[in-house]
Design a protein around this ligand. Sequence first.
Ligand code: WT7
Length: 667
Amino acid sequence: MAWDTTVTLGKGDVVSNESLANLLREERRFAPPADLAANANVTAEAYERAKADRLGFWAEQARRLTWAAEPTETLDWSNPPFAKWFADGKLNVAYNCVDRHVENGLGDRVAIHFEGEPGDTRSVTYAELQREVSKAAHALTELGVRTGDRVAIYLPMIPETVVAMLACARIGAPHSVVFGGFSADALATRIEDADARVVITADGGYRRGKPSALKPAVDEALTRPGTENVGNVLVVRRTGQEVAWAEGRDVWWHELVDRQPEQHTPEAFDAEHPLFILYTSGTTGKPKGILHTTGGYLTQVSYTHHAVFDLKPESDVYWCTADVGWVTGHSYIVYGPLSNGATQVLYEGTPDTPHQGRWWEIVQKYGVTILYTAPTAIRACMKWGDDIPAKFDLSSLRILGSVGEPINPEAWVWYRKHIGADKTPVVDTWWQTETGGMMISPLPGVTETKPGSAQIPLPGISATVIDDDANEVPDGSGGYLVLTEPWPSMLRTIWGDDQRYLDTYWSRFANRYFAGDGAKKDDDGDIWLLGRVDDVMLVSGHNISTTEVESALVSHPKVAEAAVVGATDPQTTQAICAFVILRGGAAEEDGLVEELRAHVSKHLGPIAKPKRILPVAELPKTRSGKIMRRLLRDVAENRTLGDVTTLTDSSVMELIQSKLPSAASED
Ligand code: WT7
C-alpha cells in the first residue's frame, strides 16, 4: 500500500499513518448490494453526464421541481462569489413540498409519522399537511407578516414546526429557526440580527422524560434591546405547562391557526428569493446568519435526497434523527424529503428515553428503511452495548447515513454491522450549513464504500484538496478541502454582512470556497475528512490531525469515544492530550493509559502518541453533538473555562476537571 505518509496542512508535515493504510485493506471495502445497484435511482452515468456539462446537469435536476415560470438561465456567476441560480425562474417551495403531491393523487400518503417522547403519536398525511400549512400561512398573514419579513421559530420536534417552516416559505417570509436548546440570550441575538417580526414557539417540549419549557426563554429574549420589532408570539400548546402571557402580543396557535381557511393560493417567488436564515456559531464572535434562497437550494436538497438515499417514495420510510434547528433538519427533514414526497418519522425526544433501545424500537415500529444520523449518536449506541439494538427487528433498514463530523472507521463498521445487519450500505455525507445540501458522499448503488471516507464529490459538485499555495495535492496526500465551482444550494451571503461572507469563505484562496476542513486524498483519489483545520495540532514541527488520533484511540476495543486536543507545551509547541470514554464494561484498570498510548503510537507513529490520556465519563459537546475542544484545551492547559453556554450539560466540565491531576499520564 503506497500511502504517502506526509500531509501538509500549513506548517510542517504530519507523520505517518499506518492506520489509514490498515483501513484501506481490500477487505474493508464494501460493494453495493446487487439488488440496490440494479434498481438505483442514480447510476455511475450521472458522474459522466455532470462532468460533461455541469450546468446542464443542474438544469436537468431543477426539472424535479414544479416551477410557475421555468428558468431559462442556470447560473449567473458574473459577480462572484455572489451566485444566482435559475434566476428568472419562479416557484413556491411549499407548493413543491406539499400541494403538488396532493394534486398528483398522493393526499392519503403519510408525510409524517410523529412519535412524541412520552409515546403519543400522530400521523399527518400530505392532504392534512396541505390544510395545516394553508391555515398557518393565513394566520401569519393575519398577524401582519408580509413577503420578505423574517419569522423566528423556536419549537420542539413536533409536526407544527414543519408546518410553521412551510407556512413561512409559502408566503415568502424567510424563517430563522433557532434550536430549542439555545438560551434566551442566543435567541435574542438571533432575533435581533434577523430583525424578526414574529416568533413562533411552544409552551415546551418533552425531553428526557419531562416537559422542558420554551416560552420563558422567548419572554426573556423579548425584554432585550433589539427585539422590539417582534409584534406577536404565536404559541403552540404541546406540554400544557403554565405560561406567562403578554396580552396583545401572545397568541395561541390553536386559537388563531385552527379558525383559518383550509385553502390558500401559493404565490410564486423568484428563485433567488430568500428562503431562510440559519445561524451558525463559528469559532468566535457573533453568530453568522447563513442565507439560503429558493430555487437552487430546493433543487440540490431534492436531488441529493433522491440520489444519496435512493429514495423510493412509495415504499421507503425515512428517518433523519437530527433536530430541525440544524441545517440537517432543514434540508433532510423538511425540504429534501417533502419535495420528494417521502414518508418519514419525526421523533421528539432523546435516544435513551425511556430506555436505550428507543430508536431501534421506533425503527421496528414504523419499518424504517433509511436512517440518517450522526457519528456522536452512533458512538453513544456503541457505548451502551451491542445487545441493545440486537433486541429489535431492524431488518427493514436498507440504507444508513452519517453526517456532522468525521465518522471513525470503527463506528462506521459498527453501524453497518449492528444496525445494518452487515449488508446495508453506509453513506458518509460531508456538507455544511453553508453548503445547504450534501456535497461529498458515496452513492449507495454505485460506490464501493470505505469505512471512514466520504469518498467523492456528488455529481455536479467540484471539490478538491489543495496545499498552502493553492496547488492541488496529488493522490495520497492531504491539505485543505476546497470547493472549486459554485453549486445550487450554496449560501448566498451572511445575512447583512457581505464583507464577512467574502472574508470568511473566499479570501484564503482566490476563486475557491474554503470550507475550513482539512482532508486527505487516498491513492484512489477518495476523500477522507480530517476535521476543522483549527483543530490540527502542531507537535514538534509536525501537523497532526485530532481526528486521526481520536480514530486510532477508538480502534482500541476498550475505547468508546475520544476527544483529542493540543495543549501548549514548552518542549514540543503542543502536546497531545486525549480524553477517552471507555466502552460499557471496560474498567479503568492500571496500565490502561499506557496501553492506549502504545496503541496510538503503533498505529500512527510515536510522534502522535498522546502525552496525557484521561478516562472520563462524558465529553463536552454542543447540542449538535460536536466536541467542544476549546473547553478541553482550557482544562488541558489548566485555565479557567471559557463560555460554556452552548454545552448540552455544563456539569460535564466539572467532572472532567475534578479528575485531571491524578489521572493524567506524563512522560
Ligand atoms: C462541519 C459543518 C452538515 C450538517 C451538519 C453539520 C463537519 C459535517 C461531515 C462528514 C466529516 C463532517 C465538517 C463541516 N462535518 N459532515 N460527513 N465528515 N466532517 O453542519 O454545523 O455547518 O458543520 O461539520 O467539519 O465543515 P455544520
